[in-house]
Design a protein around this ligand. Sequence first.
Ligand SMILES: NC(=O)c1ccc[n+]([C@@H]2O[C@H](COP(=O)([O-])OP(=O)(O)OC[C@H]3O[C@@H](n4cnc5c(N)ncnc54)[C@H](OP(=O)(O)O)[C@@H]3O)[C@@H](O)[C@H]2O)c1
Length: 388
Amino acid sequence: MTSTGGSMKPSELQGNILITGVTGFIGRHVLYEFLNVAMETSWRNKIYILLRGKKGLSAAARVEHLLTHEYLPDYLKKYDYQELADNITAIDGNLEDSDLGLQVCSLIPREEQLYVIHNAGSVNLFNTAAAEQEVHHTNWLGTINLIHAIELFNSKLVFMSTAFSCGIVDGVIGDNFSFYQDNSFRNHYEKCKNLTEKFIQSYCTEKNIKYQILRPSVVCGRLIDAPLYYISKFDVFYGWTKFFWNLQNQGSTESVRIHISRNSKVNIVPVDFVAKSVLAFFQQDIPYVNIVYPESINNRYLHASLLDALHFNRYEFIDEAPTNLNKSEKLYYRSINKVYTPYLNQCSNEYDTQLIGSIMGSTVMPKIDLHSLADFSICNHFDEEMVY
Ligand SMILES: NC(=O)c1ccc[n+]([C@@H]2O[C@H](COP(=O)([O-])OP(=O)(O)OC[C@H]3O[C@@H](n4cnc5c(N)ncnc54)[C@H](OP(=O)(O)O)[C@@H]3O)[C@@H](O)[C@H]2O)c1
């Protein structure tokens, strides 16, 4: 592996790549990394992407949007749209399509090794029945359907899971999650990722399909490749910050007591580091790796920094859920708190980063610049239409 200009290129890349979820936050960065390899080496016309039309845009129009995006990494801006597009074959489809196997087989040559980088998924962290259905369909049934679709290939499945798929556990978390049995989970999403990982491990072993499970922690905007701080959606800690941004814009003058335990921590990793890790790992015979930052961030420090970026200072952190709520607090504990409280109060893990560190050693891990990440969202009014 070599690392040049912030982008990592395997010296020898062979076979074809099928990437799912390229319209999403992680998937588009994985696509950008592979495109960079295609533009700089003789590995050409080998990228296949699975995506669907949405919101009145065809799959082809969505590809054009991705490749002409205002926030396309600078390392791709020197190429014109057609040069980049020529390297990609789009498969217009949905993970749950019953004819997915036919579509894939009709477009991708079967003689060569196929690496499937499966990023598509739902990141719905709610604990509702609707959220359970959504993750069951997209993350469980969709993944099973995809595995069946590639069974006729000499393939390797690289599954984008999450560092939270081990559920609620204590201490330092290593890459091997088989130690964690009888887990309890913060939400359906974590549980479904856990079950999907187990399915992949047993089914792929039985069918002799190679696999790799990659587990990013909480993914934040770009911190390696310019334009920096870019993110395509404002969820997780960005969504939390948006709540207070809205409160401020509505002219609220109330103070908010925020229940965050003083020792809880969360691990945050930049999206461009995640995408470079995919490139560095996917050909290696390593079954699972946590793509995480060397140190987790104290939750009170993190959230105070985000509120500071908003200049929001009417709050205090407290150890127990408060009573006698004012109007703003009622809104907070009724909405945002349902998703985030488990991460603010039941999470204090560090990760063993020996493996990720040994493979990614040559890529500089940037400082997590919370202010600039928050400023990007504020400048874009937390409006996903402006960044998507
Ligand atoms: N973001 C994080 O902090 C984070 C952290 C750890 C792990 N992960 C994992 O990383 C993966 C990607 O996350 P993300 O944040 O990039 O998600 P995202 O921005 O919400 O993107 C999700 C992608 O999945 C696609 N998709 C969803 N359902 C589909 C279906 N039925 N058929 C085809 N495509 C479908 C979406 O396509 P459309 O645009 O067509 O809807 C989109 O491209 C997920 O599996 C997630 O669990 C994310």
